[in-house]
Design a protein around this ligand. Structure first.
Ligand code: E4P
Length: 221
């Protein structure tokens, strides 16, 4: 299972990149709006920092404007994946980008039918937003189950990228289902690292070691 960070925050990306935990990045206009500085420069910097796919989203709503933006974004680096909204014009853009050898991530997917169509248009990734479905009183993880099953049935090459993740159990469940990628806000990755029993256990080891050091003042390990 690949782990992407769902952020445009350079500090978070550096922090988790240094731990070898970042297989890729997803950004969107709302995430970029949270950061200070020139969004185009921030996107370029992310592309430079990360050794893996970086999804950068278009804001045009016609195939023509999406394609113009896509070709410009692709110049930021070889690892750019162009993020396209799941609308009819978006599918047209995905088909053309696929023909041009440019990878796409179809975003704002809320049904299995949308995922099928995005895959058929040639998307490299589909991004079902599970947290927003949960918020809407639907079972987001069930959508992942359906899409993974359908893609397996027909050997679709499109990756299922689980998006709008709200807590660490979403990651475990997505892994059990066999989704290819989860994209996580930095705080959820942080929560996955920690466990209270790890902290308690470490603190006991360290306090026992203090006793050992008192008895062996010159001890070095
Ligand atoms: C995915 O690519 C999106 O950026 C993201 O996961 C949306 O999550 P949200 O519902 O928490 O905004």
């Amino acid at each position: 299972m690949k782990i992407f960070l769902d952020t445009a925050n350079l500090e978070s990306i550096k922090k988790y990149n240094d731990m070898g935990l970042v297989d890729g990045i997803t950004t969107n206009p709302s995430l970029l709006a949270k950061e200070k500085g020139n969004p185009a420069e921030i996107m370029r910097e992310i592309v430079r920092m990360v050794n893996g796919p970086v999804s950068l989203e278009v804001v045009g709503t016609t195939a023509e404007t999406m394609l113009e933006e896509a070709y410009r974004l692709k110049k930021y680096g070889k690892n750019v994946v162009v993020k396209i909204p799941m609308i009819a014009e978006g599918l047209k853009a995905v088909k053309k980008l696929k023909a041009d050898g440019i990878e796409t991530n179809v975003t704002l997917v809320f049904s299995a039918n949308q995922a099928i169509l995005a895959a058929k248009a040639g998307a490299s990734y589909v991004s079902p937003f599970i947290g927003r479905l949960d918020d809407n009183g639907q079972d987001g993880m069930n959508l992942i189950r359906e899409i993974v099953q359908i893609f397996k049935n027909y050997q679709f090459e499109t990756n299922v990228l689980v998006a709008s993740v709200r807590h660490p159990m979403h990651v475990v469940d997505a892994g059990k289902i066999g989704a290819h990628v989860v994209t996580l806000p930095a705080d959820i990755l942080g929560k996955m690292i920690s466990h209270p029993l790890t902290d308690k256990g470490l603190s006991a080891f360290l306090s026992d070691w203090e006793k050992v050091k008192k008895e062996n003042p010159n001890l070095v390990i």
